[in-house]
Design a protein around this ligand. Structure first.
Ligand code: S3P
Length: 444
């Protein structure tokens, strides 16, 4: 199989400190806001992945100068009206749902049509979720393929703020509406089910006219028209979602320990920590601090003696949304039956991940019962996989690929795993395999 790798050996126990690349959500948001700021912004440790490079390419297409040297990036913003829109311009979000949805919110002021395209995986994903609220502002859309990409957006420079209820817990939709609100007259009021809040924190840190009222189950966000964004220098902290693969690996081994340096532990992203702790994994934070409104710490994870099954509370879903696939592996080794519910959103990712989670477990011989929004996993603490496994996902779903590699390295008995789509890691975590090899993994 081209573009695939082979794992034949279980990884040995290790005790290491590692550095994970910059946070993807923060990298994309920084680049977008910096591109509309008045002056030069600089980021260090920007994630150098295809999703972030696609973001830089789009802002360059709109006439914004970008200088990139290794992972240090300078963006020369020309203010809120600095984008140079050209009629029928085509922009490509490649594999990134975050970029596609967020950029739509930022270009609602284009009075000429702009065409948004994406790769094969992104072109299968739903855009109604963002088209519907943006239409309420007065933006028009032409869809060439039902509710999917490619689409053509045509905005206006006289938009009116809206009232919007975000019910999915989607940070992409919430953020896109916040951005559109920044470009609209009057107030935009969002009642948003809890989800990652990096956009709000960045807007607050930049003193933009945003007000956030936290309620138990949702946040109320008010945003008014923004006339000027100050420049933002940002040392991007490391990505907990990328780091989670190593936490899971340690959870699945017997006597290992890992320290992940300088990770963004924003409370809206730490579902993985809460779940792993509930399942018996030892996790500690060290050197906690607040940086540009975000919480950061080193995370230390140690292998547990035993893993307990979990009936996962749904309030953790949004804060764990990118980590469930790999958490299912922990459930496969836990003592008892684990249950994860209300997870229909997982099937709206780069590939239908609930289906893929169940598929990988089936291939491994782990009993599970999946519906369109839930999965029950029957754990086996002495699980070893002794048959040949072939995983063929070609939707550039980086998390399906990385989860499969972690499964191969930890459940390997006497066999060979062949896993497709190595190139998918370029979207979010290009040095994933390099780090694994440093920990001792043998991968061909
Ligand atoms: C993201 C939000 C999440 C997440 C994605 C990144 C973001 O998507 O899955 O990887 O940066 O806003 P949804 O908002 O669609 O849940």
């Amino acid at each position: 199989m081209p573009n695939s790798l082979v794992v034949k050996n279980r990884i040995k126990n290790f005790n290491k400190k590692i550095k994970i690349p910059g946070d993807k959500s923060l990298s994309i948001r920084w680049a977008l806001l910096a591109s509309l700021s008045s002056g030069t912004s600089k980021a260090k440790n920007l994630l150098m992945s295809e999703d972030v490079k696609a973001t830089l390419q789009i802002i360059k297409k709109f006439g914004i100068k970008v200088i990139l040297k290794k992972n240090v990036c300078k963006i020369f913003g020309k203010g809120m009206d600095g984008y140079n829109f050209k009629k029928n311009q085509k922009i490509d979000a490649k594999n990134s749902g975050t970029l596609a949805r967020l950029i739509l919110g930022l270009i609602v002021n284009s009075t000429v049509p702009i065409k948004l395209i994406g790769d094969n995986s992104l072109s299968k994903r739903d855009f109604d979720r963002i088209i519907n609220p943006l239409k309420k502002f007065g933006v028009s859309f032409k869809l060439l393929n039902k509710n999917k990409l490619p689409l053509i957006i045509k905005g206006s420079n006289n938009l009116k703020g809206i009232n919007y209820e975000e019910k999915r817990g989607s940070a992409q939709c919430k953020s896109s509406v916040i951005f559109a609100g920044m470009r609209s007259n009057g107030k935009t009021i969002i009642k948003a089910k809890k989800s990652r809040n990096h956009t709000e924190l960045m807007c607050k840190y930049l003193n933009l006219p945003i007000k956030i009222t936290k309620k138990k189950k949702f946040d109320l966000i008010e945003i008014s028209k923004v006339s000027k964004i100050p420049t933002i220098n940002y040392n991007i902290p490391s990505d907990i979602s990328s780091g989670s693969f190593f936490m899971i690996l340690v959870a699945l081994l017997n006597k290992s320990k890992i320290t992940l340096k300088n990770i963004n532990i924003n409370p809206s992203r730490i579902g993985i920590i809460i779940i792993l702790k509930k399942m018996g994994v030892k996790i500690k934070f060290l050197n906690s601090k607040i940086y540009n409104g975000e919480k950061i710490a080193d995370i230390i994870v140690e292998s547990p003696k035993k893993l307990k099954a979990i009936n996962c509370p749904t309030y953790l879903n949004s804060g764990t949304i990118d980590e469930f696939l790999s958490i299912f592996l922990v459930a496969a080794k836990a003592n008892g039956v684990s249950y994860f519910k209300d997870l229909a959103e997982l099937n709206n990712k780069e590939s239908p991940r609930l289906i893929w989670g169940s598929k990988i477990l089936n291939l491994m011989g782990v009993k599970n019962v999946a519906t369109n929004n839930s999965i029950k996993i029957f754990g086996n603490p002495s699980l070893k996989v002794n048959k040949r496994i072939v995983i063929k996902n070609f939707l550039k779903d980086h998390r399906v690929f990385m989860t499969s590699v972690i499964a191969a390295l930890s459940f390997q008995g006497k066999s060979k795993w062949q896993i497709s789509d190595v190139n998918s890691i370029k979207t979010s975590f290009p040095n994933f395999l390099i780090i694994l090899k440093k920990l001792g993994a043998k991968i061909n």
